[in-house]
Design a protein around this ligand. Structure first.
Ligand code: TEU
Length: 577
């Protein structure tokens, strides 16, 4: 049975601090900027904010490389700014969730500095060090295995000082912790978790939560991308042998650290796995984490190497979306609903139609899909405006280390003029993480859309703020995407028994390539949702047993009988009997 909890029915708004609002004119967003926009956030009708990492960091990976877990990065402000943000949010009834990045830290963290100081350092084993496998003809050290970094190239970094490699699944200066040591785990919990619980946060978004436990011996990965010396080693570190033990231990720590009885929201980035994995992580009786982010639906069309895109059907997308929550059905497990975050492109471009003709209505259609699904709803900053991708295929227009690292890898392995490079560049305007990271557009008329008063923001704005994709213009237009999202969040609350907690999800016309339609249930009620993922009219079949339809909500104003075909990108929610 699914128990009701505050964190299951909450709507969470995700904030990327670098790009939300700059309060001091240095070109970077900051915590005081977020505080200054709490009224806007409150106005959306969300219950929680999740703020991406704002801790001290050299910013090799936009703050996911943490040098001090207990200190705010000076450009984002001070610890006092952070505590003020938490208390002002609480005063408005908004809860605050922070990012917990503990698969790795920054090479600037004192623990790593100590670890790297010598092979006999007492903290040597706090990270994963290995001698070279050998040396090549030129005398260059060969990495201990063939694992590929998520950001391109080897997952191992050679350290001249001690002549060994350290493992870093992500950036070169993001060393993976050695979770095998209890001493390391305790130190992580104390600083990254304990400090922030003591300062009143309401929960954690747990970064890379499935990768702490590596298979002993760190074996070579099988070759899936021929021609590439570096392969996907995921089988040896995703959902690894001790991962559940580690989460149980951390959960216990969290519960013991909370002194005022509040129940924390915890959401783990568990990108890949099967039903059994997902259940074990999120079942209430396992006491690990509250819910998870599955990557399946946001990865449709991606290759084994992410930027190697291939065509996919709406059916592939539908099945992937359903994987996020089907495992929850009538159990004590839970999951999330999201379609954007700081690692994903803009959903209107990816899954809707971002042309001026259909942008607004297709953004609303995606909102209808999201509010209809079972799980905790996450909305990413700018998604509520129907923000779209920028169009460049030139790597120079991109900031992200994932783009730059993989660009270097493709260049090195295949060459600048190779077909592989062409494919890589064509993928950039479709799936780069940078599309989510352009600064938030507050107004049309101010420079940089009112995000900053600096001459140059840290990353350029998407020029679409001049075409009406900005908060001010949308708040002034009752038919805008932002007003639709506000309404949609209210509808979700009003009908939460079925929209948030509904069960027995069933597709209708699963094979249909333009129609995304389904039913689900709550006690005594059945919901039917029909969504047109195309730019032309579409007839649809109603569930065969139904004879009566009560419209709930749609994205074209009034909601006609089901016999009236769906208009382009139209979606409708009905109760059926
Ligand atoms: O992402 C983890 C992760 O698995 C990424 O490789 C993700 O698949 C990728 O960004 C998709 O392109 C988390 C953070 O969300 C991300 O921003 C960080 O860069 C990463 O961890 C390293 O901390």
């Amino acid at each position: 049975e699914t128990q009701h909890k505050w964190w299951k029915e909450a709507a969470v708004y995700q904030i990327y601090p670098a790009s939300f609002k700059d309060s001091n004119g240095d070109g970077w967003g900051d915590l005081a900027g977020i505080t200054s926009k709490l009224d806007y956030i409150k106005g959306l009708g969300v219950d929680v904010i999740w703020i991406c990492p704002f801790y001290d960091s050299p910013q090799q990976d936009m703050g996911y490389d943490i040098a001090d877990y207990e200190k705010v990065w000076p450009r984002y402000g001070t610890n006092a700014d952070c505590f003020e943000l938490i208390s002002k949010a609480h005063a408005l009834g908004i809860k605050v969730v922070v990012d917990l990045v503990i698969n790795h830290c920054s090479a600037d963290h004192v623990w790593f500095q100590e670890s790297r100081s010598s092979q006999t350092s007492p903290k040597r084993d706090w990270f994963i060090w290995r001698p070279p496998k050998g040396y090549d003809a030129a005398g260059k050290p060969i990495p201990p295995n063939n694992w590929r970094s998520f950001f391109g190239g080897s997952a191992w970094e050679f350290d001249d000082h001690t002549q060994e490699f350290y493992l870093r699944l992500f950036a070169s200066r993001q060393p993976d912790f050695n979770w095998e040591l209890k001493e390391v785990r305790d130190a992580i919990y104390e600083t990254a978790v304990g400090f922030w619980i003591d300062h009143g946060v309401d929960g954690f978004r747990i970064d890379v939560a499935s990768m702490y436990s590596k298979v002993a011996g760190l074996p070579d990965a099988p070759v899936e991308e021929p021609g590439n010396p570096f392969q996907n080693g995921g089988a040896y570190f995703i959902n690894g042998p001790r991962i559940h033990e580690f989460h149980k231990e951390m959960h216990k720590y969290m519960v013991s650290r909370v002194s005022d009885g509040r129940e924390l929201l915890t959401v783990g980035e568990i990108g890949f796995g099967d039903e059994r994995n997902f259940k074990e992580y999120t079942s209430a009786k396992e006491r690990e984490i509250g819910m998870l982010f599955n990557f399946k639906h946001v990865s449709v069309g991606e290759g084994e190497f992410k930027y190697n895109l291939h065509p996919y059907s709406l059916k592939d997308f539908k099945l992937a979306v359903a994987e996020s929550f089907l495992f929850v059905n009538k159990t004590d497990c839970w999951s999330t609903i999201y379609i954007e975050n700081h690692d994903q492109p803009r959903s209107v471009t990816r899954f809707g139609d971002d042309s001026p003709e259909w942008r607004t209505v297709s953004a609303k259609l995606l909102a209808l899909l999201e509010i209809s699904l079972t799980g905790t709803l996450f909305v990413y900053q700018g998604q509520e405006l129907g923000q779209i991708n920028f169009k460049s295929t030139d790597p120079k227009d991109y900031e992200d280390i994932e783009v730059q690292g993989n660009y270097e890898m493709v260049k090195k392995e295949f060459g600048e003029n190779s077909p592989q490079m062409k494919k890589f560049k064509q993928a950039l305007p479709v799936i780069s993480r940078d599309h989510a990271r352009t600064p938030f557009a507050w107004t049309r008329d101010a420079p940089h859309a009112g995000f900053t008063t600096a001459d140059t923001p840290w990353f350029g704005l998407n020029s679409t703020f001049k075409d009406g994709i900005n908060a001010q213009d949308e708040l002034n237009d009752p038919n805008s995407v932002v007003h639709f999202w506000k309404k949609a969040l209210q509808v979700r609350k009003q009908h939460k028994d079925i929209l948030v907690y509904g069960y027995d999800f069933e597709f209708s016309d699963l094979d249909h390539d333009q129609l995304f339609a389904f039913t689900k249930k709550s006690d005594g009620k059945t919901l039917f949702v029909a969504l047109n993922f195309s730019g032309h009219d579409l007839k649809f079949n109603v569930p065969h047993s139904a004879s009566q339809y009560t419209p709930i909500f749609g994205n074209y104003g009034s909601i006609p009988e089901p016999s009236v075909p769906l208009r382009p990108w139209e979606g409708r929610l009905y109760y059926v009997e």
